[in-house]
Design a protein around this ligand. Structure first.
Ligand SMILES: Cc1cc2nc3c(=O)[nH]c(=O)nc-3n(C[C@H](O)[C@H](O)[C@H](O)COP(=O)(O)O)c2cc1C
Length: 396
């Protein structure tokens, strides 16, 4: 076992939550809070996790479950696990391995990885590093010219699907990032950086690895025609100029012949609209509580979208998944599979690829144990009969 793998083995890391303090000690406060935090009062961020407590199980006891089938099919791809790794921007700041390490761990576990537009590694390297399917998450940063170029690169590199995130017309206000000087650290003058430097200097291990990795990368997958890769300056300004509309989605459809996932649906109306616009799947998502605060938790929004879409496309969900039981509950409420964001990103920040592998392993063993305890032999057999849903949810 490598040193990194030992650092996140049991009993140090038994649950996903156990990664957090290890990550917090390894990376600067500004990077940790970027990963850990949410928008405004973080109401939705907290609710995303808490809401799973509202759903309780209805196990079938005295049932022999000799083997559990955890596999599922998403967009025609056979996945060994009913969860995918969600797009997480700036992963290369959390660990130099970044997106390549996460994609490799996902592929080794038999599942898919979704690469964020805000990534530090070239999409070709991420794809070739993984033995599993890789999807590309598209923001229109850098304008349509940059999008056209990246869509073509993703096609040539063998990406399997595009994930279009529709909940980011501007970035949500993540107050922790302002307090920590995230913007100044990334793009400020030396003078502006000074007051925020102690938190970086107090993590010499991270700092050495970061400098060896070349320091701040540009965005190698956002290449503006005639200008080159977009520098990692003010992402917020770039996002504010690149809101995705339904009209853009039609334009993207013309360019990308493969499946499109619309990520960031929270209402039945938007779910139906996404189906009408040709989405092959939807992710019910509030961006991990990082965009508009006080929207419903993803799990609470899921039944409305499932019933509005009525089986026309596959439904994924993301937000608050920290345990295998969370995944089981989301599937019982109609999700085909879920996306995990922080659950693996804490692992990445704590120990690089070994941390992501350990996070996936925790969720996998959780899932298998939970199915056995429920008396259910496969993910495919999960449905509402295995859960109690609060009366107040019952209109959908
Ligand atoms: C640090 C961080 C960066 C993220 N960056 C992106 C991104 O670039 N694009 C995107 O569509 N979603 C992004 N997300 C949202 C995730 O894809 C996903 O919706 C969310 O993390 C799910 O919630 P969870 O973290 O509770 O699992 C990011 C989330 C985090 C935590």
């Amino acid at each position: 076992m490598t040193k990194a793998a030992r650092s996140v083995a049991s009993p140090r890391v038994v649950s996903i939550e156990d990664f957090r303090p290890i990550a917090q000690r390894r990376i600067p406060q500004s990077v940790f809070d970027y990963l850990d935090g949410g928008a405004e009062g973080e109401v939705t961020l907290r609710e995303n996790c808490r809401v799973f407590e509202d759903i309780t199980f209805r196990p079938r006891h005295a049932v022999a479950v000799p083997a559990c089938a955890l596999c599922t099919r998403v967009l025609g791809f056979d996945l060994a696990l009913p969860f995918l790794l969600a797009p997480v921007g700036y992963s290369r700041l959390m660990h130099p391995g970044g997106e390549v390490a996460a994609a490799r761990a996902a592929g080794a576990a038999g599942t898919a990885y979704i690469l964020s537009t805000i990534s530090g590694h070239r999409l070709e390297d991420v794809k070739s590093g993984s033995s599993g399917p890789v999807f590309y998450q598209l923001y229109l940063m850098g304008g349509r010219g940059a999008a056209e170029a990246v869509i073509e690169r993703a096609r040539v590199a063998g990406f399997s699907a595009l994930v279009v995130t529709i909940d980011t017309p501007v970035s949500g206000i993540r107050e922790r990032d302002y307090r920590n000087g995230m913007k100044e650290l990334i793009s400020g003058s030396p003078l502006q950086k000074i007051q925020f430097l102690p938190q970086v200097l107090s993590r010499p291990g991270w700092l050495t690895a970061f400098l060896r990795d070349g320091g701040l990368p540009s965005l190698p997958n956002v290449v503006i025609p005639g200008k080159g890769p977009m520098p990692l300056v003010d992402i917020n300004a770039a996002l504010a100029e690149s809101a995705v509309t339904w009209a853009d989605l039609r334009w993207i459809r013309e360019l990308w012949r493969g499946p499109i996932v619309v990520k960031g649906v929270l209402t039945g109306d938007d779910g139906r609209r996404a189906v009408d616009e040709g989405a092959a799947a939807i992710s019910v998502s509030n961006h991990g509580g990082r965009q508009l605060d006080c929207v419903p938790s993803s799990l609470r929004a899921l039944p409305e979208v499932v019933s509005a879409v009525n089986g026309q496309v596959e439904i994924l969900m993301d937000g608050g998944i920290r345990r295998g039981t969370d995944i089981v509950k989301a599937i019982c409420l109609g999700a085909r599979a879920v996306l995990c964001g922080r659950a693996y990103a804490y692992g990445l920040a704590a120990a690089g690829e070994a941390g992501v592998t350990r996070a996936i392993e925790i969720l996998r063993t959780d899932l298998e144990r939970s199915l056995r305890l429920l008396g259910c032999s496969s993910v495919a057999a999960l449905d509402r009969s295995y859960v109690n849903v609060p009366k107040s949810w019952e209109s959908n």
